[in-house]
Design a protein around this ligand. Structure first.
Ligand SMILES: [Zn+2]
Length: 114
């Protein structure tokens, strides 16, 4: 998706339990923090493909503080790295990934409950 390569956040706010991003193309996105954690793209959460390409999804356990943000860092101008209260911080949410999450109304992050 090269079309989104130049899209970056103008503003990032944490509002209650939501991450609000105002993008430089005028769009605004709101992400529930719990939903974001559940779609954390890191290998620990999503599993790593083996040599045959199959991915075994690891078991994940969450605590109440797994869905609370400790801090949020911007990485290399292309991604956000949340540090969660339970110490998890290996997930890099690239801007294009966030935009993808926001543009899937049928299976938005709010619906990703499993
Ligand atoms: Zn993760």
């Amino acid at each position: 998706m090269t079309a989104t390569a130049h899209i970056i956040p103008n503003r990032i706010d944490i509002i209650g339990e939501e991450l609000a991003i105002a993008w430089n193309d005028g769009q605004e996105s709101f992400f529930n923090l719990e939903s974001l954690r559940r779609v954390c793209p890191c290998a620990v959460c999503q599993g790593e493909a083996d040599v045959l390409g199959s991915v075994e999804r690891p078991e994940r356990t969450f605590q109440a503080n797994s869905f609370q943000l400790h801090s949020l860092h911007s990485v290399g101008g292309y991604a956000l790295q949340p540090l969660w209260q339970d110490g998890h911080s290996t997930g890099l949410f690239s801007f294009s990934y966030l935009r993808q999450l926001d543009s899937r109304p049928g299976e938005s992050v709010a619906a990703a409950q499993q």
